[in-house]
Design a protein around this ligand. Structure first.
Ligand code: SF4
Length: 185
């Protein structure tokens, strides 16, 4: 069953993927503190990022409901290291990949969680914090917002963190229980 699910994920446009048990990951307050520094300007701006996603402990507990984390990446070419527009374009495209992963597994997993890279970006302006999310089915929390250090996650899953000069690599994750893959596959 797992192999068939992996085939579907490969078809969703991911660059690489690897597996780890969510109980083997560290969920660090230090990463959350970096989020609070707001370099990415998403902190407190969207339902996809802290503080809306809950405390690091709450995020950890959410992840521990599952026994498998499939870490996936998207790699995007840049003109040079200053290609900010290319990075933003890549981030937008990566969110599309995360949505593709979600759609690919939806018929086969009753309970699962998809994490994506920073922010949301599905709407021109987010409803946070005044009204509920407009599209909760498209809402993927930020992986860094959970206190997860993606460079370490890359090592744990044997996925490349850096894919060469003039490229940017974004990280997302699918969490699920490998004993609960529906037999309709
Ligand atoms: S889907 Fe829209 S309302 Fe919901 S978190 Fe994303 S930007 Fe905000």
């Amino acid at each position: 069953m797992l192999e068939k699910l992996l085939k579907r994920i490969e078809g969703a446009g991911v660059y690489e993927y690897g597996l780890v048990n969510p109980s083997e990951i560290e969920y660090r307050q230090m990463i959350r503190d970096i989020c609070a520094g707001n370099t990415c300007r998403q902190y407190g701006m969207t339902w996809a990022c802290p503080p809306a996603v809950g405390t690091v402990e709450e995020c950890r507990n959410r992840c521990l409901q599952y026994n498998t984390m499939l870490v996936f990446t998207g790699v995007f070419r840049l003109e040079d290291v200053f290609d900010w527009e290319g990075m933003l374009r890549g981030l937008k495209d990566f969110k599309e990949i995360a949505r593709n992963v979600d759609a690919a597994v939806k018929p086969y997993l009753k309970n699962y969680l998809v994490l994506s890279n920073e922010g949301c970006g599905a709407c021109e302006s987010c409803t946070y914090p005044d009204a509920p999310c407009r599209f909760p089915e498209q809402l993927h929390h930020s992986i860094e917002g959970y206190g997860i250090l993606v460079s370490e996650l890359a090592k744990q899953t044997a996925v490349k963190y850096n894919n060469g000069k003039n490229s940017v690599t974004y990280f997302g994750a699918l969490l699920f229980n490998n004993t609960e893959i529906l037999t309709a596959l």
